[in-house]
Ligand binder design. Structure first.
Ligand SMILES: [Zn+2]
Length: 139
């Protein structure tokens, strides 16, 4: 390990496995420790199982925020394109429709935070793995 990377870097997992572990919100290194704490999308500082730091650098999860935004906008565009197929709700005022769209957008953003952050962390770890401290102390 002269290049400073851990053993997983040499045996890179398949991208499909990376995505599956990410969507289970598990540590990209040991696949056992959780990424989030509690119900409210709070990312742990490090994996409670292997000690892998989840925050590589300040502002690390801006990429996760961008993914959240992308997923949200993607679903909004899809739903918007499908609206001509839906029945018209003439009895709902325009202001209420805008309110519903805003509420739908906020709901999507909250829903997509966990998958987006977990994907960001897992894909970054897959592309450029960093070392968990407990593995570093082993050898
Ligand atoms: Zn771990």
């Amino acid at each position: 390990m002269a290049d400073g990377r851990n053993a997983r870097a040499e045996s890179k997992p398949r991208i499909l496995d990376v995505l599956l572990y990410a969507l289970r919100y598990r540590c990209p290194n040991c696949h056992a420790g959780p990424i989030f704490k509690g119900r409210f999308n709070q990312v742990l500082i490090r994996c409670p199982n292997c000690g892998l730091a989840y925050f590589r650098e300040p502002g690390y999860f801006v990429g996760g925020m961008i993914l959240t935004y992308g997923f949200t906008v993607g679903v909004l565009i899809l739903v918007y394109l499908l609206t001509p197929l839906m029945p018209t709700f003439g009895w709902i005022s325009e202001a209420t429709k805008y309110g519903l769209w805003i509420g739908f957008t906020l709901l999507l953003a909250v829903i997509f935070v966990r998958p987006a952050y977990a994907l960001w962390l897992s894909l970054d770890y897959w592309l450029d793995p960093w070392q968990a401290p407990r593995q570093a102390s082993k050898g």
